[in-house]
Design a protein around this ligand. Structure first.
Ligand code: NDP
Length: 496
């Protein structure tokens, strides 16, 4: 007998609700290939209800009268609750997207710090008194919330990417409607229960599950949404920006990447090999910051590739809920097809496949959407496998001779999310940190992030920043207030 699936509802205005369509969709465990939960298929009507609830909450006396300090208290409580439920939530995410339990547990244990960090900012968001050349005028600014924020989330790190939007949005006094990815919606609906338990008023945070083209699109075009915070693919990001532009909603876009990871001849090679592994095989390569173009100086190229392949061969693929597993499956079937298609493209383009490029033969992994860690050498920077985001465990190794040449190639791509640099030469470090067209540059490390440090892309990798104080600018608007403290107004026909 088929196992009965847990059935979820939308969370609108603090209530559980069915989708107006009455329809549901299944979410699939990518390790077993089996459905494990049922989600409501929200659409335009549901999004409208959620946005109106969020707007009402935003306008409510209860929300407006909260001080920054009180919002900070709510965020701290939410952080505490997430810490208490971290292991359960991590297991849900692993079941939904196949990311290994070590990584999801690490993320869930780190997420409370995001809420604590922004709780600290909640009572420190302020304007300034501005000196002017008008002696009797007092001019000051107020930094105010925008209103309703629509948060659209991808499937690779669902609660992490939700939290880096939600925490600053709430700290600044906005209310939020979350649209998770259809691939990974369960954790958002489990998480929203903690938001309520923390004491946020109904409507302050809402979750509408459903498909991107319907629920996501409805959120981006809703007139009452003042800002869209989006993480996802480049092409979707452009659609989101166009739709938001119709009613001039603000947008932050955190999009894809094809990040260069550059190893010079003087690098500590063992560390750099680990950095290259972290860059492309961690999270099965399904990270926006994947170091998917590995530039190796010609003098260390062969030795480095040998070490990398030797390490790749030892990667333990398996059940992502097992603590010892190092690489889980890709998150869904089409994603595996996409990765395997790129492997074929790479071969046709003339790159040399030196390892992987196929599903593992282990019968235990047969049902899951696995692809072996994959290494291409003899890649040229113009090839599609060097220019397009594969979003899987496929590294394109490119040989270089000079610093000038590698800077030119590293920047010759439409993306600009991150870059890695491995060298002991301090002068070169600072030269390249300036020259590389990327929102983040890592030196002798890779995939290092903190809630206190701004993150975001250059070029087609996005618009705006997440994390750090910078993100609070993205969730606030600035008002300039002019007060005449002196005598009467003079000539009404000239500007004062
Ligand atoms: P998508 O762009 O396909 O989807 C992202 C989100 O947008 C999902 O919730 C999706 O819903 C929704 N969506 C889809 N179509 C629309 C639409 N027309 N209007 C509004 N919303 C829509 O990305 P993926 O989920 O495939 O995620 C992978 C991408 O995310 C990669 O390119 C990766 O680089 C990027 N990413 C960027 C990060 C960054 O910080 N820069 C971090 C992590 C990932 P649904 O899933 O239901 O279709």
């Amino acid at each position: 007998m088929a196992k009965e699936l847990k059935r979820y509802k939308l969370s609108i205005n603090g209530r559980w609700e069915e989708a107006a369509s009455g329809k549901c969709f299944e979410t699939v465990n990518p390790y077993t290939g089996e459905a494990w939960a049922l989600l409501p298929e929200g659409g335009e009507e549901d999004v409208d209800r959620a946005v109106r609830a969020a707007r009402e909450a935003f306008e409510s006396k209860e929300w407006k009268s909260l001080t920054g300090g009180q919002r900070g208290q709510l965020l701290r409580r939410l952080g505490d609750l997430i810490a208490q439920h971290a292991e359960r939530l991590a297991r849900i995410e692993t079941t939904d997207n196949g990311k290994i339990i070590r990584e999801t547990t690490f993320q869930l244990k780190a997420i409370p710090d995001c809420y604590y960090y922004f709780a600290g900012w909640a009572d420190k968001i302020h304007g300034e008194v501005i000196p002017t050349d008008k002696p009797t005028i007092l001019n000051y600014t107020l930094r105010e919330p925008i209103g309703v924020v629509g948060a659209i989330i991808p499937w690779n790190s669902p609660l992490y990417l939700t939290s880096i939007k939600l925490a600053p949005a709430l700290a600044a006094g906005n209310t939020v409607v979350i649209k998770p990815s259809e691939i990974t919606s369960v954790s958002a609906l489990e998480f929203i229960q903690l938001v309520e338990e923390a004491g946020f008023p109904p409507g302050a945070v809402n979750v509408v599950t459903g498909f991107g083209e319907k629920a996501g699109a409805a959120l981006t075009k809703h007139q009452l949404v003042g800002k869209i915070a989006f993480t996802g693919g480049c092409e979707t990001g452009k659609l989101v920006a166009k739709s938001a532009a119709d009613h001039l909603a603000r947008v932050t876009l955190e999009l894809g990447g094809k990040s260069p990871n550059i190893v010079f001849e003087d690098a500590d090679l063992d560390s750099a090999v680990n950095g290259a592994m972290a860059g492309i095989f961690a999270a099965t390569g399904q990270t926006c910051i994947a170091g998917s173009r590995l530039f190796l100086h010609e003098s260390i190229h062969d030795r480095f590739v040998e070490k990398l392949v030797a390490r790749a061969k030892t990667i333990k693929m398996g059940d992502p809920t097992s603590w010892g597993t190092e690489m889980g499956p890709l998150a869904f079937k089409d994603q595996r097809e996409k990765v395997l298609t790129y492997v074929e493209i790479g071969k046709e383009e003339g790159a040399k496949l030196v390892y992987g490029g196929e599903p593992p033969t282990d019968p235990e992994l047969k049902k899951g959407y696995f692809v072996k860690p994959t290494v291409f050498v003899d890649v040229e920077n113009h090839m599609r496998i060097a220019q397009e985001e594969i979003f899987g465990p496929v590294v394109s190794v490119i040989r270089f001779r000079t610093e000038e040449e590698v800077i030119q190639m590293a920047n010759d791509v439409r993306y600009g999310l991150a870059a890695g640099l491995w060298t002991q030469d301090v002068k070169r470090v600072h030269r390249l940190a300036k020259e590389l067209q990327a929102g983040t540059v890592w030196v002798n490390t890779y995939r290092t992030l903190a809630f206190s440090s701004p993150f975001g892309g250059y070029k087609e990798s996005g618009i705006g920043k997440e994390n750090g104080f910078e993100v609070l600018r993205e969730y606030t608007q600035l008002k300039s207030v002019w007060v005449e403290t002196g005598g009467p107004i003079g000539d009404p026909f000239v500007m004062r």
